[in-house]
Design a protein around this ligand. Structure first.
Ligand code: GDP
Ligand code: MG
Length: 164
């Protein structure tokens, strides 16, 4: 079967923007798949000679911090259970927050391959210095992207498919 790549991260970091950017350009099918988890969205993606299924683990309603964290843990656990590679997205403009560290701890303990993606790096010149902070998560190199401006996505995908 095709490898599964799941995108996880806090609300508003840009998971769905990345998903749509990838699906819009390269997709064969985008569909809601009811019954597994509310609002999980799947797309078939091709990159170079590699094919994989991308899952956008959306569906978190921004609410109180505690609820977000428990939903993130649940989401991360689903990704750990079902994905071959986990794309863990953080937001350079928000910086490193506590919920990021907690989810990173979970992902690290799972021993699944994790690609740490730092989104909203709309200008590499302006924001690159802020990207290095995310080394503190202890889950490897941060890959800077701007999902909105479609920057850095090729290098990020190269890193994702390296784990297949
Ligand atoms: P999700 O909750 O993680 O799925 O985040 P969304 O994809 O819904 O995006 C949340 C907000 O961040 C939206 O207003 C997006 O337009 C914005 N956003 C997403 N990617 C970028 C980016 O690369 N740069 C900037 N500046 N904003 C972005
Ligand atoms: Mg979303």
């Amino acid at each position: 079967r095709k490898p599964i790549v799941a995108v996880v991260g806090r609300p508003n970091v840009g998971k769905s923007t990345l998903f749509n950017a990838l699906a819009g350009e390269m997709i064969s099918i985008v569909k809601d798949t009811p019954g597994i988890t509310r609002d999980r969205i799947y797309a078939d993606i091709s990159w170079l000679d590699k094919n994989f299924t991308l899952i956008d683990t959306g569906g978190i309603e921004p609410d109180s911090g505690d609820i977000i964290l428990s939903q993130m843990r649940e989401q991360a656990q689903i990704a750990i259970d079902t994905a071959d590679v986990i794309l863990f997205m953080v937001d350079v403009k928000q910086g490193l927050v506590d919920a990021d560290s907690k989810v990173a701890d979970m992902l690290r303990r799972s021993h699944k391959p994790v690609v740490l993606v730092v989104n909203k790096v709309d200008s590499f010149q302006k924001y690159m210095a802020d990207v290095y902070e995310f080394y503190n998560l202890g889950i490897g190199d941060p890959w800077p992207i701007s999902a909105a401006n479609r920057m850095g996505i090729g290098d990020m995908l190269d890193e994702v498919v390296r784990h297949f």
